[in-house]
Design a protein around this ligand. Sequence first.
Ligand code: NAP
Ligand code: MG
Length: 514
Amino acid sequence: MSLQQQVDVKTFLLFINGEWTPATHGETFDVSNPATGELVAKVAKATKEDVNKAVTAAREAFELEAWREMKPEQRSKMLLMIAQKIIANAKELVYLDAISSGGTVRRLSNSDVLQTALFFQTLSKFVLEYPYSETLPMPLFPGPAHNFVWREPIGVCAAITPWNMPMLIASWKIAPALAMGNTIVLKPASYTPLSTLKFAEIISEVVPKGVINVVTGSGAEVGESLAAHPDVDKIAFTGSTEVGRKIMSIAAKTVKNTTLELGGKSPNILLDDADLEIAIPGSLFGVFLHSGQLCESGTRLFVPDHMYDTVINLLVKQTSKLKLGNPLDPSTDMGPVISAKQQEKILSYIESAKKEGARVICGGKKETVPGCEGGHFIRPTILADVANDMKVAKEEIFGPVLSVIRYNSVEEAIEMANDTIYGLAAGVWTKDVNKAYDVARKLRAGVVWINDWHLLRPDAPFGGYKQSGIGREMGKHSLDEYTQTKHVHTSMTPELNKRSWYNILFSNSNDELR
Ligand code: NAP
Ligand code: MG
């Protein structure tokens, strides 16, 4: 069955071993549009048995010699073909993410889908230069030997992804897994499984069956079954720190290779020589893109005390121009937040900030968008007089809320910036490059933007310090994360009496051995 037919009937099945497959008990769950509240699809609700089937298919595909022993040139071609197919299907991928994640078509079509294709294309180049085998220098001591380090695929990789950037984050796992000869079972977020299912369709056209499988269903059943499965060799998770901790503890029972991309509370430091003409829209771009639902959003803005009121006024002026609307309308700046539950959670954070003495200087409430009355919209919110130890400055809100915090010295700003359990991203705005690098060195985060925000690139590693994660995605580093090394030693010392190292065990040395 092609996906197009499924879109028409709005029922999506599991993708296991190259086949669209209903869930074992035939159950489905609903996917609705966060901008309207309308039902957009019904999706198969996988069980533990379905997870087992998908893992078995992935294992069998992994054992295929044709897949494991594929030459780098062939893998490169395969990745390039996938990139081309993503571009050919860009419109549909953008649409599927827009109607389920609430991301604007302006962002999805100008950024996410292009970045997704570009990542496959970038890895298609990297695999050609990858050191699959390295020869070590011939040692003279303890005796001559040939030594190689081989890099081999890990095996069956499970990927669990969040709802905020469905296609892009899925690609950060699929592309390096395939590039290095692994097979994959994906569990997309229940709010946004549609583009991942489309990926399975696209990719299955160029890889053997069973190489890519998608099982949709709840985190508690499908996600935990994958994390616990004894035949899953690696788990790559992106999502909240809370769920990441849980996955890590489940995966510990079978000592799985685990990479985690988790939450953030990223600090953004405005120095007093910053060019405000850029720093103000840049800081707002850093926090309000995708309604603040990006892990690397700059949610804590540190402002020098003497500039505080000026900066606040400029922030409010620009924020009031942002237009909330239907994500499918290209004139919309900001879409909804993902759910009614998340909307309530964000509002309760704003209430807690008020109680702790912060001031809501713009936003802070729901908004009704004409034509989207069932949607979950929140006006972009700026909180002034926030202290770094308030709940709103410590916890990840995942919504359009900026906390503006005063500082008196740069050292104090850096100290507050680093005073968090997270370490995903950070930023600094200044005209002085020396100051910028000095601050960048001191910030404990996996990416630091100087006079910008959100600009990730497919050839640069992305990932968190501290409780924002383990491991890196993108860049050459992502290929290492999907391989394991094997050291192979070949002795070149045929004479027993020259193997002096055997004396460590045999005290009477080689005389007795002869
Ligand atoms: P989430 O609630 O942690 O869920 C992420 C994924 O885990 C979903 O597929 C979810 O399935 C699944 N899951 C939930 N409970 C599980 C369990 N007990 N065992 C296994 N899997 C489970 O995160 P989210 O709300 O989707 O996304 C927002 C979070 O992702 C934020 O914290 C954000 O910072 C983080 N994020 C991080 C990065 C990064 O690169 N560091 C990027 C984007 C987002 P269901 O959907 O079925 O619940
Ligand atoms: Mg969640």
